[in-house]
Design a protein around this ligand. Structure first.
Ligand SMILES: [Zn+2]
Ligand SMILES: [Zn+2]
Length: 279
């Protein structure tokens, strides 16, 4: 059994947990230690089971709790080497003890108890940003967040994940017509920004996670010859990191419902926790 949870997603704090009944790992810690504990309790994951924290990048909504977490627990914090070498001001502020810090390059496998994690590069305006693939008990999880674009690697990884956490940050029209100043709009929609609802769905189609538009009834062109090793019917997609200003959960859900689904999806409202379990 693996229990997993989106402990929170969006600008007010991001964190994910994976728990095999004995040990657990966290990805991102955009919460205070107190709030993290409260959310773990909600997910029924004992805080004492946590063995390590992995970071996607160093923006505060993902990493602001990492320093206190490391100093209070002495547990390892894993982040990209580039992030550590480049984001010096943030790292100095976080003040993660050297003994807790583990820096890795994308593609490096990190084993923590029953969990095997592998980072892959994303494109975001925080140096060395990465997504994470998490394998445990024969199950595969993938976190694709805070990335302005996606590439073949991410598409291939998503095609083989049992559970996919996918950024669906903004509705393109809402961002265009919304209140943000132009430079910020440009940043969000750019290569080093965030994935839109439309990009997220395009990504899912390329990965073979969803089929064509429900009304089309057409064939989905397959980009990859290798068949998915997972049962597609078991696949779960969590749309995460929705913008409060430029998106709405109902827009994400209705956009997704336009397609043929082989699995199931959940739209994660900003700040809320979602818990799932896989046998
Ligand atoms: Zn970010
Ligand atoms: Zn973020």
């Amino acid at each position: 059994m693996i229990r997993y949870a989106v402990l929170g997603s969006g600008s007010c704090g991001n964190s994910y947990v994976f728990y095999d009944g004995t040990e657990s790992v966290l990805v991102d810690c955009g919460f205070s230690l107190k709030e993290l504990k409260r959310r773990l309790e909600y997910a029924q994951v004992p805080f004492e089971s946590v063995k390590a924290l992995f970071l996607t990048h160093l923006h505060p909504d993902h990493g602001c709790g990492a320093g206190v977490f490391a100093r209070k627990t002495g547990l390892p914090v894993v982040m990209s080497r580039t992030a550590h070498e480049t984001e010096r001001t943030v790292c100095a502020k976080l003040n993660i003890p050297a003994a807790s810090l583990l820096t890795v390059d994308p593609g490096t496998e990190v084993r923590i108890g029953p969990f095997v994690l592998n980072g892959f590069s994303t494109t975001h305006d925080s140096a060395g940003s990465m997504g994470w693939r998490i394998d445990a008990s024969g199950r595969r999880f993938l976190i694709v967040t805070d990335t302005g674009t996606y590439d073949d690697t991410m598409v291939r990884l998503a095609g083989n994940a049992d559970v996919l956490f996918l950024e669906s940050n903004y509705d393109e029209q809402m961002l265009r017509t919304g209140p943000y100043p132009y430079p910020l709009k440009k940043r969000i929609a750019g290569t080093w920004g965030h994935l839109s609802n439309e990009q997220a769905l395009e990504f899912l189609r390329l990965a073979g996670v969803i089929g064509p538009l429900a009304a089309d009834g057409g064939e989905v062109p397959s980009l990859f010859s290798e068949p998915s090793t997972q049962d597609p019917s078991a696949r779960q997609v969590y749309f995460i990191h929705l913008s409060a200003e430029n998106n709405d959960p109902s827009i994400v859900a209705s956009g997704a419902r336009r397609y043929v689904w082989y699995g199931a999806f959940t739209v994660c409202e900003r700040g809320k926790a979602y818990v799932g379990e896989l046998a």
